[in-house]
Design a binder for this molecule. Structure first.
Ligand code: CP
Length: 324
């Protein structure tokens, strides 16, 4: 594929290839010299119209480890504040000879528009658009689950068939939930969404997953429990549940975590609102993979960039390093 816009566009084989390639990239990260020459002479721009900590830094680290030239663009402080359009911004970057654009945008569909408009020639990678998709987040989550639930080496070539994944919280505003449901379904996992009825989207019955309103009965049947951030910034205040009410029914604390099977993990895409959807006790426990997810994000983003831009080399061949 030329672009990565949605987790729903990935076949099982595409997704497993990315996960396997990310394992190769993770091995590079364990070496004293972490840099590969693969994207030397290629230019990648990180085009961020919305705030980000993990995704922005992680893409930048991945691009630099692959030796790409990196341009960071943040809408804040740019001519976007003077009214410049996405089209004119994109064409300005195109004029500078960009090979790939990593875009985060508040409007659902902005990366698709960029990829299909003909405004630019570059590969487009969606780093999160509105409430729509965040495909590299879903891939790094699947990578983390495969490593923890199937095994680091045993996982090569494998999917997540039969794994039971519970996703909890503000599904309505969550591009992470949408992307994960799409990808986990493709990888053979069984997904259950647990959310207040007011935080589920219209048409949820067409999604390839189960829906429950009862967290306590779902936890003992889960191999992984993914907590979502309550996205106040996308929420009409009238629909916002009180923090106490939300935590009581949908928050994960130590007592609830004890209901999970011993092998089960707790995940969170970040940023976490400690005390609301997850207590500090759970967030800091050895069962919580939030920091591991961030580290895995660099390997996944290296894999995606390598597969989209890396040329004709076989994708899962161990990449050459600069070590002799
Ligand atoms: N998970 C995630 O997308 O985090 P950031 O918003 O910090 O990039």
């Amino acid at each position: 594929q030329r672009h990565l816009i949605s987790a729903a566009d990935l076949t099982r084989d595409d997704a497993v290839l990315i996960l396997d390639t990310a394992e190769e990239m993770a091995r590079v990260a364990d070496r004293p010299i972490k840099k590969l020459p693969t994207l030397r002479g290629r230019t990648v721009v990180n085009l961020f119209f919305e705030d980000s900590t993990r995704t922005r830094i992680s893409f930048e680290a991945a691009e630099k480890r692959l030796s790409a030239d990196v341009i960071n663009f943040s809408a804040k402080g740019s001519s976007v504040s003077k009214g410049e359009s996405l089209k004119d911004t994109a064409q300005t970057l195109e004029a500078m000879g960009v090979d790939a654009v990593v875009i985060r945008h508040g409007a659902s569909g902005a990366p698709y528009r960029l990829a299909t408009s003909g405004w630019i020639d570059a590969h487009v990678i969606n780093a999160g658009d509105g409430t729509h998709q965040h495909p590299t987040q879903a891939l790094l989550d699947a990578f983390t689950m495969r490593r923890r639930l199937v095994g680091r080496d045993a996982g090569i070539g494998q999917d997540l068939a039969g794994k039971r994944i519970t996703i909890v919280g503000d599904v309505l505003h969550s591009r992470v939930a949408r992307s994960n449901v799409d990808l986990l379904h493709t990888l053979g996992a069984e997904v259950t969404l647990v959310a207040p009825p007011t935080l589920l989207p219209v048409g949820i019955e067409t999604w390839p997953c189960e829906v429950s309103y009862d967290l306590d009965s779902t936890l003992p049947k889960s191999d992984a429990v993914m907590m979502l951030r309550v996205q106040r910034e996308r929420m009409n205040a009238a629909f916002f549940p009180t923090e106490r009410e939300y935590s009581r029914r949908y928050g994960l604390d130590g007592d609830r975590m004890a209901r999970m099977p011993e092998h089960a993990i707790v995940m969170h895409p970040g940023p976490m609102v400690r005390g609301m959807e997850i207590t500090a006790e759970v967030a800091d426990s050895h069962r919580c993979t939030v920091v591991e997810q961030v580290a895995n994000g660099v390997s996944i983003r290296m894999a995606v960039l390598y597969l989209l831009l890396g040329g004709n080399e076989p994708a899962v061949t161990a990449p050459r390093t600069e070590e002799k």
